[in-house]
Design a protein. Sequence first.
Length: 143
Amino acid sequence: MCETMLGSLPALTMKITEQQLYDYADVSQDTNPLHLDKEFAETTTFGDRIAHGMLTLSLIYEMMTSQFGLDWIESGSLKVRFKGPAYIGDVIESYGKVEKWHEERNRRFIECSVGIINGRDNQEIITGTAKLQIDLLAASLNN
């Protein structure tokens, strides 16, 4: 496992659709007109409807879950900066890299750089750090 601890995480992509905005608004109860009302959104600095920030961020969560499974779900934390929008029709892609890790008292502490790039202009729209820990005793029992 240590060899796979260093290096890139699996990139995932998502195309932003109008239906996603409505579905996310319904689930989250975030009905901000910036996401749902085309006429209103056109009057803002964004010029059109944009995806909810947490909707775009979910791609990082999915990437971390695909790499680390329950360890991420149980102990993961994110610290991110939102740098730009994603619009309907944009394809966004996650990226991540294990930057460092260490072991202490039967636990592995992992720190990753993570982010989202918008394929429309290849600009980063989210950057940040993800941290988690793995219980090495539990992991050895499961193998």
